[in-house]
Each structure stands twice: as structure tokens, then as C-alpha cells.
Design a protein around this ligand. Structure first.
Ligand SMILES: Cc1cc2nc3c(=O)[nH]c(=O)nc-3n(C[C@H](O)[C@H](O)[C@H](O)COP(=O)(O)OP(=O)(O)OC[C@H]3O[C@@H](n4cnc5c(N)ncnc54)[C@H](O)[C@@H]3O)c2cc1C
Length: 300
């Protein structure tokens, strides 16, 4: 692995713990965690991994990730260098690097008087992770304001994809390129005070109903598609009705506050969390015939 990186001069750590890189705070190490300091370095790294058939994972802020206790073989890439965190505001167009922090951008754009991101106040994410997952909630999602994205494929080739070529759906984007490098967002001018009020309102609503202070990855499962009568179904409600709040394996627990959050207490392992998720999935299927699909991404 050392030889793989030797002549590339990419900042990296071998056998790097990933638990501190995720909101769950559990899981094993990455064989290599690389933090390239330019797009050129990233391209060289991607091309080398591609040539050698090495698995590559891209890490955002780790807010939707569960890393297995055995860790991740191969390469994990984090776009945390300043060159991937730049934010530029030009009129109502905001260009944000993949590594930029979404929560900060929500505040910055609201204060600047640009509307479009206040609907995702309180969602922890990097821009890359938010675009990949189409982060959102009942008030809207990031996909609605994406004008184009700059991406890099797994062999290091960089290109743009415009809104017309992109599809965003519930917690999903159609972007298949390995790396999202940058997103251009088209926002709408609005009153900064009203926008800040809205950010606060949405953040308060979220913090009243969700255990934001605990270690979690947000909602563990996606909401299932509407029932036979066309009415929307909530994964959290099904988990609650199945009596799963407070269900615990080791250090993992279905949050007593919000049944779709599985939280990690001290000493928790990834295996504990997976056991809780598997059990919850099974119980909901047995009781309601609904197969819940995980929203949390599990590595490897
Ligand atoms: C307390 C809490 C509350 C949450 N509430 C919400 C909510 O209301 N709505 C919501 O949608 N989500 C919510 N989440 C989940 C999470 O915030 C989102 O899924 C977010 O989009 C994850 O972004 P990230 O940068 O942390 O991505 P990560 O968790 O690091 O990665 C998620 C996926 O995106 C990929 N990825 C990350 N960066 C890139 C990149 N640059 N290029 C290509 N792929 C990339 C990863 O490979 C992985 O597949 C919550 C999470 C927590 C912990």
C-alpha cells in the first residue's frame, strides 16, 4: 500500500481510524485515508487506484455512514483540503466545493439574502455528501437548487453535468461519477432577516423531534413508498408502532425520542448497530409486510 502511494506525494495516513470521521463514531480503520491537496493530485490518485483495481470510497462529513468494525480495505478519500472547500457567491449563483460545510453555507446564504438552502437547516453534511444523497426533508431538498455539478470519474477525468442531465429524487441523485468536486447552486434573492428566522424555525423543529445531540447517522431507513391507498408512509412511525423505541443491542439503541434514529452509546460497535437495524427491519416486515430500505450507507 505504501508503494501504491510512494511517488504521488498525496497527504495520507495508513491504517487510519475512521470512527472519528463519522457521526456514529464507530467502526474500524481505512487501509489508506488520503486527503489530496489539489484536483491534480486527486486525479493521479484516482487513476492509480483505477489501474490497480483498488476499491475507492469517498468520505464527506460522515453523517450518513456506518463503517464496519473490520474497517475498509483499499482507499478512502476525503476532500477536506482548503482547495475543495471554497465557496464563491456571484449574484444568486453559489459555487461550493465538495468539502465545504453545508450547515455553514445554509447560514451564509441566508445572511446574504439568498433563499433555497434554509429548508435543509440542521442537516449535517459536506456539499459533496449532500448532493450525492440529495439531502433534504419535509421542507425541500438540495437537488431543487443544483444548477450544475463538477465531477471526476474513477479514472481521473473531470467533467460537468448540468441540471438537464441530472435527476434528484428522495435521498438519491443520478450522479454516478466517483467524485463530486463542486456544485453550482441557483438561489433566489430574499429578505435576510426572514431567511434567518426560517433557518431558526426549521432547526428548532428538527431539534425538538430528533436526538441531535446523540451519535447517529440521522434517519436509519428511508420512508417507504406510499401505501395501497396512496397515503404517505413514515419509516419512523412504522418503527414506533412496532414498539421498537428503546430496543437495544450492546451500545446501539433505537432512540426513544425518534424511532428512525438508531443511536450509538459509549462502547457501541458497528455490529451492535447492524444488529439493531436488522432486527428493526425484520419486525416491521413481520408486523406490516413493509421492507424498509436503509438510508444509512454501510462501508465496505
Ligand atoms: C443528526 C443527523 C441528522 C440528519 N438529518 C438529515 C435530514 O434531515 N435529511 C437528510 O437528508 N439527511 C440527514 N442526515 C443524514 C446526512 O446528514 C445526509 O445524508 C448528508 O447528506 C450526508 O452528507 P456527508 O457529507 O456527511 O456524507 P457522508 O456520510 O460522508 O457520505 C454519504 C454518501 O455520500 C458519498 N459522498 C460524500 N461526499 C462525496 C463526494 N464529494 N463525491 C461523491 N460522493 C460523496 C459517500 O461516498 C457516501 O456514499 C442526518 C444525519 C445526522 C447525523
Amino acid at each position: 500500500m505504501r508503494q501504491f502511494l510512494d511517488d504521488l506525494h498525496v497527504p495520507h495516513t495508513l491504517d487510519a481510524p475512521l470512527a472519528p470521521e463519522t457521526w456514529y463514531g464507530v467502526g474500524g480503520p481505512a487501509a489508506v485515508l488520503a486527503r489530496p491537496s489539489s484536483a491534480q493530485q486527486l486525479a493521479a490518485l484516482a487513476a492509480r487506484a483505477h489501474e490497480q483495481g483498488l476499491p475507492v470510497h469517498v468520505l464527506g462529513s460522515g453523517a450518513n455512514l456506518l463503517v464496519a468494525d473490520a474497517g475498509v480495505p483499499g482507499l478512502v478519500v476525503k476532500l477536506s483540503d482548503a482547495c475543495f472547500r471554497r465557496v464563491e457567491i456571484n449574484g444568486n449563483i453559489v459555487t461550493a466545493g465538495a468539502g465545504a460545510d453545508l450547515a455553514k453555507l445554509v447560514l451564509q446564504t441566508a445572511k446574504t439574502g439568498l433563499s433555497g438552502l434554509e429548508c435543509i437547516a440542521g442537516v449535517p453534511a459536506s456539499i459533496g455528501g449532500a448532493v450525492r444523497m440529495n439531502a433534504g426533508g419535509r421542507f425541500g431538498d438540495i437537488g431543487r437548487v443544483v444548477r450544475r455539478v463538477k465531477v471526476m470519474d474513477s479514472s481521473g477525468h473531470v467533467y460537468y453535468r448540468d441540471r438537464e442531465d441530472l435527476a434528484f429524487s428522495y435521498r438519491k441523485s443520478s450522479i454516478v461519477a466517483k467524485f463530486i468536486l463542486e456544485a453550482e447552486l441557483e438561489l433566489t434573492p430574499d429578505d435576510p432577516d426572514a431567511l434567518m428566522q426560517e433557518v431558526k424555525r426549521i432547526f428548532m423543529l428538527k431539534s425538538e423531534s430528533q436526538p441531535l445531540g446523540d451519535h447517529s447517522a440521522g434517519c436509519a431507513f428511508k420512508n417507504p413508498s406510499p401505501g395501497p391507498d396512496g397515503s404517505p408512509r413514515s419509516a419512523g412511525k412504522l418503527l414506533d408502532q412496532a414498539g421498537l423505541k428503546g430496543f437495544r443491542v450492546g451500545g446501539a439503541e433505537v432512540s426513544p425520542q425518534h424511532a428512525n434514529f438508531t443511536v450509538a452509546h459509549p462502547g457501541c460497535t458497528a455490529a451492535d448497530i447492524l444488529a439493531v437495524l436488522d432486527h428493526a427491519q425484520r419486525v416491521v416486515f413481520e408486523k406490516f409486510g413493509v421492507k424498509l430500505e436503509r438510508e444509512v450507507v454501510v462501508w465496505p
